[in-house]
Design a protein. Sequence first.
Lengths: 483, 487
Amino acid sequence: MAKTQYETIIGLETHCQLTTETKIFCGCSTKFGVSPNGNVCPICLGMPGMLPVLNEKVLEYSVKAGLALNCAIAPLSKFDRKQYFYPDLPKNYQISQYDLPIAEHGWLQIELEDGSSKKIGITRLHMEEDAGKLVHAGSDRLSGSSHSLVDYNRAGVPLCEIVSEPDIRSGSEAAAYAQELRRILRYLGVCDGNMQEGSLRCDVNISVRPVGTEKFGTKVEIKNMNSFNAIQRAIDYEIERQVEAYETGEKVIQETRLWEENTQRTISMRTKEGASDYRYFPEPDLVAIAVPDSTLAKYRAELPEFPAAKRQKYRNWGLTGYDAQLIADDRSVAEYFEAAIALGADAKQAFNWIMGDITSYLKEQKLKITDIPLTPTVLAELISLIADQTISSKIAKDILPELLANGGSVKALIKAKNLTVLSGDALESIIDQVIAANPKELEQYRAGKTKLLGFFVGKVMKATNGQAAPQATNQLLNQKLNP
Amino acid sequence: MLSIKEIQKSLVSGDRSAVEITQAHLALIHKLEPQLHSFITVTEEFAIAQAEKIDNQIAAGEPLSLLSGVPIGIKDNMCTQGILTTCGSKMLQNFIPPYESTVTQKLANLGAVMVGKTNLDEFAMGGSSETSAMGGTANPWDVSRVPGGSSGGSAAAVSAGECVVAVGSDTGGSIRQPASFCGIVGIKPTYGLVSRFGLVAFASSLDQVGSFGRSVEDTAILLEAIAGYDPKDSTSIKVDIPKYSELLTPDLTQSLKGKKIGVIKETFGEGLNSEVDAAVRKAIAHLESMGAEIQEISCPRFRYGLPTYYIIATSEASANLARYDGVKYGLRGESAENLLNMYCQTREQGFGAEVKRRIMIGTYVLSAGYYDAYYLKAQKVRTLIKQDFDRAFEHVDILISPTAPTTAFKSGSKAEDPLSMYLLDLMTIPANLAGLPGLSLPCGFDAQGLPIGLQMVGNVLREDTLLQVAYAYEQSSEWHKRSPSIS
Ligand SMILES: [Zn+2]
């Protein structure tokens, strides 16, 4: 009997912390790393008589994210109260969106390793407030701790929850989806996407079923992945675990599991006893939201060109798919690249400089590409001076540290340092001198030991301090050694 | 008993100082409180300090507002910075807000002298002020009876002269019904006219702050002081507030010609006390004699108002009161051994029976499987009730009905029968569901000398019309001139 084939159904729920200055319903700062309860006020503490007022920036960022994900923006949206008791939730309800989210029915295109691409549906995108944080004494959980402290700095920080359709089929697709989502949000500047600090959190819903069956398998939720790699590995582990359970006749139970990084496995966190009843109902303290058409048009006009379009453009410029992906990853890098191209730089050359020496320098110095004096103009000039053989690549590399640190005109710099490439008559006379100074090697060369060409090139380079134009040097040496 | 304008006159003429006026009211409070218990907290020092400021202003020749030096009561569900705000609940019996409600801030800015925080049904849930954890308030007209509720403390204090005017809140009749029971004027304005910032929420989509006075004029002066757009309340309306008190002109008392008044058919009939019925009909005849055009109006969905209200109000209340959990402020069940235990103990000990009943109803109707049958249906009926009003206001300027089906009842007589208590709100609830302004003013007394209230409901933002018709009636009748013998 043929072995049963399984397929995996995966959907992602992503919580993105929006990078607004202030919280979603009050004026408190959203700054990370402030002392506990340093960023709180009566409103985000949910004190008696306090009322929420929607931060307009949160709406703007969410609408823009919705547009970027090809969603329909709701003509009428509202907030709802999601009710459950927990000490990190000051009002014991979370202001969220239930049946009328701000955006729905979108999609995002991911590029797979084999070069093909796939559309992943976006079910919905909604706005909500984050909860606070509990610090437990004597245990890492509430149960078993001697006491617990609450820090409400995070309470009321704006979140945007993005739910995908169950269109994802593997760990690598899930990681590609999450990465592309983060890229888009970063391009928009609405979320910094820092998974370590929790400003981008992905929960995975996953089930497996034998190929050909209609019914979905039991859905398991996985949390606690702090990197794209962890998402991929957690899913791969979970697929294996669930398939094995089906194979051995064990039951997969509906539960939430945690990814354990140190043991590389998922462990059971809690079993869901039926669906939780959050007793949602419309938030009466906030009014319904209808984004005017003029505002929508304005937001649409403010959208940047997104990574997918940039990658396509770069491939048309001759970059490989991989290279295009790499340089389109960060918006400011991509824009830097494009600025250099616009100034006439060759795409492949520009790519090599940016992703090579410049990127290493940025990493080393912990700088952003927009921080350095080596502007796209400087890079374009550098590349054009190499192309017209005014300088050699070696000289270009030599002067790069100075350009990175100070910028300025490349021409002026090579003039000041007298680094122009030597060619023509000046080069020819040096070559003549070199040949004349090494009669023994000349004799051996002419006797057939042509490998000695390298010896002569080296001598010329040495004599010119590396300024000899390499191509011209080769050409002239060939002429003179083989009369 | 002094009116606001009389106080202003004596302050300006130097006849009496603000401190003297305040002290006189505080003296009356001290005399009457053992019997009435209108106040949970008497803010004596605060009041004297505020009055001294007014006297200094007068001495310096600075301009006064109409409310400068006017002793005022504030319902104890309005947050006052640094001053105990209990909501009549054990849960908040030691709660001192670190912030000020927009309404009390406005009043302080205008120089009003807050003499105390008035008693109320716990978290404004009730119609008799008996559910207050601090004990009930007595009706000044007969101390064996209730003052109505939930703003019973405010109504009793104004009626007895402990303060000149008072702030209340009205979710289903909590201003109009006690105004009726205590023989004074009370107005619940259009939803969104007065900021709810700092009003401890009972049912957010129904709660509205309003004013009490012994005259239409005083009530109007207080309303214009507290009304107005507040960016801190998303449901507040952006609209210019008329000077209501300046619209109350003497010519109104001569004629109501051109005013169309609808009598809500469904509010007369079964359950309506015959003396109330007679007094209200007499008032209608009186209005007609002043030239108003009277017509009967049917609002067929009114009878669904009560169940609709008790679904929506309890749903919202169940969420609004979830924050009282012992974690952050207020009461905490101290002997708890774990989190769930702490929640249970805190809420078991902190809330009274009526509050618990409403939280349980609200939690039930919002539960999975019941939401559509209760909450969603109630929202639909709410829309239908609004439509009844919309249709009525195509024909008339204001609607009239009794405020409550009876006069004040004996304390304790309905304690064991919450349903009969709920029925008291039958006539006042529809205005809350539709967000419309409603006013109650005295229109007679029953055989036992207890006041009877006449309710007027206006169209959205037509507080001006309501106050004008009320003023015309008041000035051509004698009811407002009576005061309870206790004072
Ligand atoms: Zn805050």
